[in-house]
Design a protein around this ligand. Sequence first.
Ligand code: FRU
Length: 622
Amino acid sequence: MKRFINHLTMTLITVATLAACQPQNNGIRLEHQGDTLTIVHITNPTRYLILPIQESHNEGKVKLITGSPTDIAIDVRLAVDSVEYYVPLALPQSSEATVSISHVAANAICWDSIRLADNFDTTNTDYYRPVYHHTPLYGWMNDANGLVYKDGEYHLYFQYNPYGSKWGNLHWGHSVSHDLIHWEHLDPAIARDTLGHIFSGSSVVDKNNSAGYGKDAMIAFYTSASDEHGQIQCMAYSTDNGRTYTKYEKNPILTPFDGLKDFRDPKVFWYEPAQKWYMIVSADKNMRFYSSTDMKNWEYLSLFGEGYGVQPNQFECPDFIRLPVNGDKNNMKWVMIVNINPGCPFGGSATEYFVGEFDGKEFKCDNDKSVTKWLDFGKDHYATVCFSNTGDRTIAMPWMSNWQYANVTPIRQYRGANALPRELSLYTKDGEIYMAANAVKETEDLRKGTEFINDFALSDEYIVSPLATGIEGACELEMDITPNKAQTTGFQLLNDKGEKVDIYLDMKSGRIVMDRNQSGLTAFGEKSELHFKETDDHRKTESVNYVNDFALGTWAPLSLCEGKTYHLDVFVDKCSIEIFIDNGRIAMTNLVFPTQPYNALRFYSEGGEAKVKNLKVHQLGL
Ligand code: FRU
């Protein structure tokens, strides 16, 4: 049974739900000191203080007072006029506990329902929670962090706020998996501290005991971020297979030599030719390279990036990997993954990459500065980095959202999911090297049943309904489409309300398009509502291309593929659609919020006959 769930759920779920809603103010004494400071005196603390949340309100300052310099201090959007959900604050198990809460008015509604409890119910309450994608049990999640494989376990750490479903209080949350598909939720591994939020970073297995914490210790590198100390790189080590980390007592290990404000997301890797550890840190519009023998003292080497790719942008979350071109191990190339925000052609955040050579000091990109290569052509693929220690495989894990609207998606108990893990490889097209990102083969284990549909020629329309999508609309569609040369061939995923996602090959412009204009809920959050617009012709991808909205289509150039026939692998999971074409030569990841699951497919062709072969509908589940 899952350890984290064990800690947090009751044995009897029904009882838990009731208990979670019962005020138990026995044991709590509230002392309001003035209008915005309240001291919560607790006798015989239970395991948790349950905090009522209202997302639209400002953050209150919550501090556990134990007299220790490492007292927990967090920002919590405590409910002022209505309670939306609750989060647990773990209490010290002594005879008394004191919590100070400031910036929350004495007449706020939270004081009526703040309570003590030994359990916190994490049974899912969100309609849009994916069936087979990784999500936190509750709270906010953004970037994948510290991805590392060790002793049969994939460790997925992630930017995590356990005290609300909006960005804040960054910890490293933690889940592990044996197959990249089934995830077990564990306790957060690294908690926010007095140096600041625990921002993104990476982990390695210290095979040669370079850091001195033992052979095979796991070493995590992250950015501590605070107004007081800025963005500084820190280190922590684990000798219990990544369950708990001890922060290095002399942190930080690296500060910016020029006082740079944006200096974060350290990626550490072993560079065999130099027998050293290397670190890449995103430094505003560059990546800076460092090297070290003991992981604690870092020497600056070089920088890469200014002016490369889409401009202007903020570089974040680097990764640096070495891959064979077309599988040929005699032809290896280095690839720098750069996540940029903003810069996405469809607005907000996106992931670009640069292919080139590395001589142990400097990275030189093969392409001109103006060339941008995208790892994904959707709008909800960000902060993508790879697992370390995976041998010949290179597996990337994206966060499936976009900074434009990540904080206001129509979800409550948790906010943030990972896209499917992807296997990365290099291929050539017209003399250029590109990186393919295909869903890992382990996703085949999700298939619970398959409907095979006979091949058909398409001159007008062809409807597959009902669609055997299985559990709550979670399915995978595979097909080979040979489009007509002249115009448009595609299909719509539809539900009974007429909500639809339109996926089509536009041969005139040479694009594959995923249009979510009418996919369901497309406007959320105050700002998005103001910006929301309907387009009469949803194929006008070009015209909605730079709009900072959710309602739009995203597209990719079909010139990345070889052929007249395109193999499409489409994953649908409650609130997301990921398309992989020709084994990931094109990947496209988009969120969608249909108000009921899509349950039909309408194929269509305009301007000539097309062919659809090998159509399979796989029902997916864990
Ligand atoms: C990317 C990012 C990182 C940072 C983290 C903070 O999404 O902005 O650069 O470390 O999120 O949560």
